[in-house]
Design a protein around this ligand. Structure first.
Ligand code: AVJ
Length: 329
């Protein structure tokens, strides 16, 4: 394996200078309180998210997978040989569909997975190397910001940056705008950006479908949401008592986004000692832990092209629940 695998840590779990927690302090100091969604993904959080992807209610993964299965070869034909770079690679299950397509066309297989969780990055890299005998993997344990800065380096092969699973939905309008700018800045002219997004409710996509995806019967979504508090407890020496918080998720029809909350069931004081942070919560007070925006294709294409990311082709499922957009700088 040795020469086919390189793993680099841009974040070190024990080094708090890179993950200073200033974003946690800022979020808990706001009214209403918020916490950044990236804190879902410690190793257990990544596992819980993998479980969510398999839930009957969570249509996003299944739908995106089906689109990829139908069109991966077409994507590979459009881009030609290129290195796959993936932001938020997770278990890299969907990536296999792309790798198979590039392989089928006889292209060399190069993959740069980027994930904030070292555990899932390592295990997925090992599994891929075992299954693809010629694959070369260069992984980064990193936030998106760090990785996009690192990608802005002269490199030989053409790259396709993949951002699947509608993770884009976690970014608000301003963050999204900045993100597209960073993506455009990281790519060279002619390189590709493959984006998977969940679409707004419509005649073919009832709001109840979206609601159920974040309120599953087995309460895995609730466990995923609550796990953020346990992650923060470990990382910042905190005292969140998970038994005093309740999961909720609503589809906000005006802003076309799912909002996920943790609501305190009692008045309490929380401290995160390594951040020197103390904050009080009232009984019934909610912390916003995630927005999951749902997109309008026309609007999104306009926003992308405004940053120089020009649409090459768009694919959707028959019900137009989910879309894949291939752009080129
Ligand atoms: C990984 C951000 C796309 O918003 O649907 C799943 C995360 N949150 N269930 C999403 C998530 C609750 C997921 N993304």
């Amino acid at each position: 394996l040795g020469d086919r695998l390189r793993l680099e840590r841009l974040i070190n779990a024990t080094d708090k200078s890179l993950t200073s927690g200033h974003d946690v302090v800022a979020g808990l100091s706001k009214t209403p309180k918020t916490l950044p969604a990236k804190y879902f993904y410690d190793d257990l959080g990544s596992q819980l998210f993998e479980q969510i992807c398999e839930l009957p209610e969570y249509y996003l993964t299944r739908t995106e997978t089906a689109i990829l299965q139908t069109y991966a070869v077409e994507i590979a034909q459009l881009t030609g040989s290129c290195e796959l770079v993936e932001l938020g690679s997770g278990s890299a299950t969907k990536t296999r569909i792309l790798l198979d397509a590039y392989d089928q066309l006889g292209y060399p297989l190069r993959y740069m997975p980027i994930d904030i969780s070292a555990g899932i990055l390592e295990s997925s890299a090992f599994a891929l190397l075992a299954d693809y005998p010629t694959l070369e993997v260069h992984g980064l344990v990193s936030t998106y910001e760090q990785a996009l800065q690192r990608l802005n380096l002269p490199q030989l092969p053409t790259r396709m940056l993949c951002f699947l699973g509608s993770t884009l939905g976690n970014l608000n309008l301003q963050e999204c705008d900045l993100f597209f700018e960073q993506v455009a800045g990281a790519l060279r002219i002619g390189e590709y950006f493959l984006l998977g997004v969940d679409l707004k409710a419509s005649a073919l996509k009832p709001k109840s479908l979206i609601h159920a995806a974040y309120n599953d019967a087995q309460a895995v979504s609730a466990a995923f949401n609550l796990n953020m508090l346990s992650h923060l407890n470990h990382k910042f020496d905190g005292n969140f008592d998970l038994a005093t918080f309740q999961h909720s998720a609503i589809y906000n029809e005006r802003s076309h986004q799912v909002e996920m909350y943790l609501t305190s069931t009692k008045a309490q004081t929380i401290s995160l000692r390594s951040l020197l942070l103390t904050t009080t919560l009232q009984s019934g007070e909610a912390i916003l832990t995630e927005i999951s925006r749902k997109f309008d294709l026309q609007q999104l294409e306009a926003d992308l092209s405004h940053k120089g990311l020009h649409k090459i082709r768009v694919w959707t499922d028959p019900n137009q629940w989910f879309a894949l957009i291939l752009c080129q700088l």
